[in-house]
Write a protein that binds this ligand. Sequence first.
Ligand SMILES: N[C@@H](CCC[C@H](N)C(=O)O)C(=O)O
Length: 257
Amino acid sequence: MEVNFYKYQGTGNDFVMIDNRDESFDVRDLDLVRKLCDRKFGVGSDGLIAIQLHPDYDFEMVYFNADGSQSMCGNGARCAVAFSAFLGIIEDKTHFLAIDGPHDAMLVGGQVELLMGDVKGIDQKLGDFFVNTGSPHHIRFVEKLDVYPVFAEGKSVRYDSGYAPAGTNVNFVQGLADDEVFVRTYERGVEDETLSCGTGVTAAAIVYGVQHNQNSVKINTLGGKLSVKFNSNPDGSFSKIWLTGPAEQVFSGKINI
Ligand SMILES: N[C@@H](CCC[C@H](N)C(=O)O)C(=O)O
């Protein structure tokens, strides 16, 4: 079969994007999703996003990890907003639906500002921290993150029995200043380190920001720079969480698969 696609990246987290307003792409065909994401036999990406029509929203983002599993994707959502603007579905503001609920977003000078879902709080887990930002994220603070064994340590925490059966994404965080961190992430569903993870850096920024009394944190990833700002609430929850960063179209094409 022939599939028309676009390829996007948000700080190096890369996605096959499908304009599925006509529902010609069967989102139940997980073998097809996996094949398209395969870096040797398909287009190659960390995930796949289908943009679909929804009666109550500008669009619905249907996200899959490269292995066909589903969760919320922050970088993918930023790319979905840029793609929807490219398709003419939205202008510079949008209200859309993702797997974790409704989101607002704005396109501002080449950056996409995305309102994340509220976060219930920060938990302690396996001697580190855990935050759910629409996807589950383990947060560990380390030194010398540039040479840290992210794949080996990430895989070990991801498959720890304390997170079974769903597993978790694992973020390693090094503080650079009171309001700046370097983050590397092992992603569940990709089963590898990715160059950036939007829900992961959001979780890292919240934990680090609370520790350093900041509500705005600059993020460095291997794939580029992001920023996160948030409100801390008296009950330990967090709201008005904005994730901001670039989202770019890389190429488009047709694949016979
Ligand atoms: N890359 C994403 C996170 C995608 C979901 C995650 N792998 C999971 O399964 O929990 C992001 O930018 O947030």
